[in-house]
Design a protein around this ligand. Sequence first.
Ligand code: ADP
Ligand code: ZN
Ligand code: ZN
Length: 754
Amino acid sequence: MHYADIIVDISHENLDKSYQYSIPEEFREEAIIGALVIVPFGKGNRFIKGYIVDISETAKWKVELIKPIHQIVPNGLVIESQLISLAYWIKETFGATMNDALKTVIPVKKSVKSIEKKTIRLAISAEEAGNYLEVFKKKNNKGRVRLLEAFFSDSDEQPQAIEELDYELAVNKLNIARTTIQDLEKIGIITTKVERLYRNPLSNRETEYESILLSKEQKFIADEIIRDYKAGFRKTYLIHGVTGSGKTEVYLEIISSVIKQGKKVIMLIPEIALTYQTVMRFYKRFGSRISIMNSRLSQGERYDQFMRAKNGDIDIMIGPRSALFTPFKDLGLIIMDEEHESSYKSENPPKYHAREVAIKRGELSGASIILGSATPSLESYKKALQGEYKLFTLPSRNGEGRMPKIWIEDLREELKKKNKSIFSLHLKELIQDRLNKKEQIILFINRRGYAGFVSCRSCGFVMKCPHCDVSLTAHNNGTLICHYCGHEESMPSKCPSCGSKYIAAFGTGTQKVEEMVKKEFPEARVLRMDTDTTKTKDGHEKILSAFANQEADILVGTQMIVKGHDFPMVTLVGILAADLSLYASDYRAAERTYQLLVQAAGRAGRGRLPGEVVIQTYQPEHYSISAASNNDYDGFYKQEMNYRDLLKYPPAAHILAILIASKDENKAIFAAKLLGGAAKEWAETEQITEDTIIIGPAAAVLSKANDIYRYMIYVKQSDYKYLILLKNYLEGYINFSEHFEMCNVQFDFNPMNS
Ligand code: ADP
Ligand code: ZN
Ligand code: ZN
């Protein structure tokens, strides 16, 4: 016998509440995950609708108590069904629970106060209303008189009734009792109506759209994709276009064609690049047929946007990862801009990658997928080279911009020249030149805070957080802060270890750079953008627009400033310490460095004026730095792929990361060793030891956070399917063992940050 878990109310917050029903033999074929069914429910066994979210062969209750499914609704595979199937796929592919997967995929209606608009209209002609008005005046029914008078404009000409009155306004401003309104409605003089208003985060913006003539290269790509689309082919495309090559213009052209064919579009953009400027490019072209999703919208606003999509009120949803689950019924296209961005991978369960989910959703709903980037992920580029994705390239800038000239400055040489400033002599010279010409400058630093860690010059002692195994960061006001748990303490005057007074903050952060700029270039107006200055709701947007309006000459910032912003007056980008991200301890460090450098360099020379970029580094010979300075993606790809092939890192193989965490360090170590052993035995039974590499257990890079000890096991395998089997096996193992009671075990497939 087969049993189905069924949810009966998907608009409800409580998605994890499913009910088990048995599947009668006659329905076995149609009873698939996502199917819309009718089941008897509650004491009275009234029939209600539900969706199958899981199927199993084991009964959770006494078999006699399980009711059978009454009916499978024919052709019942509506949008919810599709999203439920997608949730199931996410659960299977990324190792999540069905509850977590469902909550990610189905827009949940939180009990937020809905916004309603209640209006009053005349149910009779203006003339009749005028007659009633006279009657009420005679009877001295003041409330009724005020209400009817409100329908007429002030002029004493022929009564000209206005169409509708706002209910609340009538009650509050005109001081009309609710009972008066009720009475008139009963008599049949007026009617009231309630409309649910969906909040629109973009309402009342003016639109004006200047059409751009696509270049030959741009047009070629747009035409090919549109032709495929019209011919009914659904594919995955990768557009590799240098920064400012006009990828967005290509997207706009294709979107326009897709929506003309009655289909809907999801446009994914990393949250940090989802600025006013970007949204307006879409708004100007498509007006109020677009909506946006971002973390600043309230729960209610997000829900409303999803409902507008479901009701067909919009054609395009723009947003980060979560926009992927917009319940469009006729989805035709998903575009994923900056597809290499690590924010497309969810860090919380379900730990899915939006790229793969997008491709799956495309498959379920017959949509094409376009991935775009100036620095494609190795994963996507490999697939494109193998022909799994169709590859297009835009090798040069379109529009006014030219690719900038890139200089590499070796910081070791600066020391020899006795230059102790954080700016190389060449960079100083160029900054001064731009300040003289009133052009703008971006200074990019790969870190945040006033300075890096605090250490003792005499004994080397480093100030660490007592709860987390990370160094504390010094801030201006003399406090040391842990960016993992928020722990704060004050800067010690003496080394806690040896008592020396030579304890100080080292490294360079954004605040320090800002200070140095002010010291060396007192005439410059400086803006700083990092996690500290963008804490407020619109902090991010305010700094960007101030810089765009040329209220500052120099913008100093972290990662945040390099993503997709377009400042035509920026003609110089200084990358102060290009190699900092190379010291990160994960296998993606070189890739991330390459991406950051290319994206940062891409901010220069986007307008009419030519741009220059200065990359300062201690490792000018490193391939990620030299390739970035030559804009040589293919060269970088070959080198990096060699390294991944050699060490079996993705995309050469797949990795399952297993985190074992516990407050009790010994328990964590013990459990981790057990799991490592179980994994090894499993590989032996499956006879795949040759192709399976098990690393660890070992302390995680972040080996302790919030007083919780963290150990890791990594398993590499070229066949993804085996890693899923392993995860299922280990979960079973954990359930049967008593050694995991104090431990939390998490699985992450192909993690982005370790
Ligand atoms: P990307 O998305 O690749 O970074 P954009 O689409 O933002 O590039 O284009 C960069 C700049 O060039 C924008 O200001 C855009 O309006 C302009 N641009 C792009 N294509 C053309 C074109 N064919 N003609 C004129 N300007 C263009
Ligand atoms: Zn010391
Ligand atoms: Zn801490």
